[in-house]
Design a protein around this ligand. Sequence first.
Ligand code: RET
Length: 255
Amino acid sequence: MDGIYDVTTLTADQYMVVSGFLSLGFAAMLATTIYLYLSQGRVLPKYRQAIVISGTVTLIALYHYWRIYDSFKSAHAGGEVFNEAYRYVDWLLTVPLLLMETIAVLALPAASRKSLTARLVPASAAMIILGYPGEVSADMATKAIWGGLSSIPFLYILYILFVELTKTLETQPADVAATVKRLRLLLIATWGVYPISYLLPLVGVDGGNAFVGRQVGYTVADILAKCLFGLTIYKIARLKSAADDASYAASEGVH
Ligand code: RET
């Protein structure tokens, strides 16, 4: 495990920044999980699945932020390595779920739903698995090779979302199509932060700063990609519920 950064060498300020962000990540996941689970009954039944999946994503991340925080504290005290695997296990579970909640809220015809899931879920798992060996290696060539390999399924996911999904949009009502496009932009803006954070040591940022930058980058990206994204899914589900059912729109005050 020699590639894992030795956190005992962090300065007091660097330690404070990382523990502060990890703590913020924990709080954001906790609050969003409670909010989404409590609110899932406030959309029409066909959209509830998407809200429950969103809450489950933040619940899984809540657990992992607790483990990451704990691992960081013990590693800083000395004697243990900081375990970056918690993050990758978290992504391995939450990234396919995020794609599934996106597909679920669209309420697409069954055939396109199945075909999107069958292509996006394995690609997202491949992206995370291929990134891991580069994450835990201190060797720049190893980081570049695994980062490059992981980028192939990443680009494939973007291709599916921007080219293939666009074809299904032609058969959708205009407001649904516009919503999907907005959601897709939020997805690419937040997902793009992960490879950028991963790249820090490769573009010459020194050890301690690269470690801090990566932890802060991944945490901020997680809050946006899981919490903000999940809340946006909830908002879309409410708008779609109102569009589907006038009595829902009147009782919930959504127009
Ligand atoms: C890695 C390795 C370097 C190349 C690429 C990566 C992409 C990671 C992404 C992660 C997304 C995670 C999400 C988590 C939220 O729950 C693995 C850093 C392309 C896109 C959305």
